[in-house]
Design a binder for this molecule. Structure first.
Ligand code: BMA
Length: 319
């Protein structure tokens, strides 16, 4: 495929749902400032979103919303589903930006989210069967760390975590390994920011890694700094199926970025921040759920065959 054909495919890959935004403060059963950056997973045939909800003091907690078609008729928990323990030093300032993955061996869901306090953001892990009771296992790696998700299974006996520490002011995506979900090592950079590109200032994992026949699709966000602001967009890379610390391909151009008024205007302008992905098997569609301008939730859809065609048309990454 020519670069021109690939760019055309990138530009038309995702279609926004015409009913966007799907969740706003107006839908909420209790007073809040904003709802955004939801984790997404399919549970008992429904789509479950675990949303970041910012309450009126400015701190965030996580609340579930469920829908049969993943688009309409959302049923929202009447109260916060996972609250911060403000007496706990690690999460004094709230819980943010969750990602969810089904752990095949444990037969439970793993939620990785950011716990925020004056010590800086850390990635914390909670395990649940039903999104009602949560085993909270605490922080995984030192701050400053964000944008993390586990893979659904081990590789050569070890769990793998994608995350985004800040090192020397640089914001690359890292991967770390663990035999027990507690002790982490073999830390390495997975994907780096690219000077002058749309993802030149900062990058971070978007939704949970998605398994496709060619490997793991890693959707990520990239930030461009401009003279007046920062633009958050979405791109993708392909990781090796058995050794996900090896990047096989990486997009050149973004596939989703702020365009519609609900993405351009809000608490933070020009933000498309994908945190949840669900494959609708019935229609072979990938639904990406995202925070739009940091105060509402929207969804964009793509045909999975076209997504695979696109990532396989992206340049190979060597070494
Ligand atoms: C990132 C995170 C996200 C937020 C985004 C855009 O650093 O803190 O929660 O959506 O910035 O403001």
């Amino acid at each position: 495929m020519s670069a021109f054909a690939r760019e055309k495919l990138a530009a038309t890959l995702f279609q926004r749902y015409e009913g966007n935004p799907i969740l706003t403060t107006d839908n909420w059963p209790y007073p809040i400032n904003s709802v955004f950056n939801p984790a997404a997973v399919r549970v008992n045939g429904e789509v479950l979103l675990l949303n970041r909800v910012e309450e009126l003091r400015g701190f965030s907690h996580l609340t579930c919303a469920r829908s049969k078609d993943g688009l309409t008729n959302w049923v929202i928990d009447e109260q916060p589903t996972m609250k911060a323990d403000h007496t706990n030093n690690e999460e004094k300032w709230g819980l943010e930006d969750p990602r969810i993955v089904w752990l095949e061996e444990q037969k439970q869901y793993a939620i990785t989210y950011t716990s925020f306090s004056e010590g800086g953001p850390v990635v914390s892990l909670a395990i649940t069967k039903n999104f009602k009771a949560f085993a909270r296992l605490g922080g995984l790696l030192p701050p400053e760390d964000k944008d993390a998700c586990l893979f659904p299974r081990r590789f050569n006996g070890r769990f793998a975590l994608i995350h985004r520490p800040i090192v020397r002011g640089e914001a690359h995506i890292w991967i770390s390994l663990s035999p027990d979900l507690k002790h982490w090592g073999d830390h390495r950079i997975l994907l780096k920011t690219r000077t002058a590109y749309w993802d030149g200032a900062r990058i971070g994992l978007a939704c949970q890694p998605i398994e496709i026949p060619e490997g793991w699709l890693m959707i990520y966000h990239g930030v461009r700094r401009t003279t007046s602001s920062q633009i958050y967009r979405t791109g993708m890379a392909l990781l090796d199926k058995n050794e996900p610390w090896r990047v096989l391909r990486r997009c050149e151009e973004w596939v989703l970025g702020p365009k519609e008024p609900y993405e351009r205007t809000g608490d933070v302008s020009d933000v498309v921040f994908v945190t949840g992905g669900v494959i609708m098997k019935e229609t072979n569609q990938l639904y990406l759920y995202y925070g739009a301008a940091d105060d509402k939730v929207a969804v964009a859809m793509a045909d999975m065959d076209r997504v695979r065609e696109y990532i396989m048309a992206c340049p190979e990454v060597h070494g």
